[in-house]
Write a protein that binds this ligand. Structure first.
Ligand code: ZN
Length: 103
């Protein structure tokens, strides 16, 4: 039987006993074809991103830089799913870790 481990609390998720939740996060450089349409300097860069995004559609291309596109996948137990949804961007912990200053 396949066992899953919650990526947050590391507890074992028994699929027969409780629901397992999958979180998929895609982070990619945004491309808006209407943005900066008349800005010549930015056009090449935007075209570049568009080309990369088009290449993503056939997922055979593994050469895409992680700064342009990243896909993350996590397994969560029901408890951690609840916590995740309350704070999907982990704002509080980011504050604590990086010591955000209030200028
Ligand atoms: Zn958990």
């Amino acid at each position: 039987m396949i066992r899953y481990i919650c990526d947050l609390c590391k507890c074992e998720i028994d699929p027969e006993d409780e629901l397992r939740y999958v979180v998929k996060i895609e982070v990619y450089a945004a491309y808006d074809p209407n943005l900066n349409a008349e800005d010549e300097d930015d056009r090449d860069h935007l075209q570049e991103i568009q080309d990369i995004l088009e290449r993503l559609e056939d997922e055979s291309d593994q050469q895409i830089g992680s700064d342009v596109y990243q896909k993350l996948r996590f397994d969560l137990c029901p408890e951690c799913r609840k916590k995740f949804l309350q704070n999907p961007l982990a704002r509080e912990s980011a504050k604590a870790v990086f010591g955000f200053s209030t200028n």
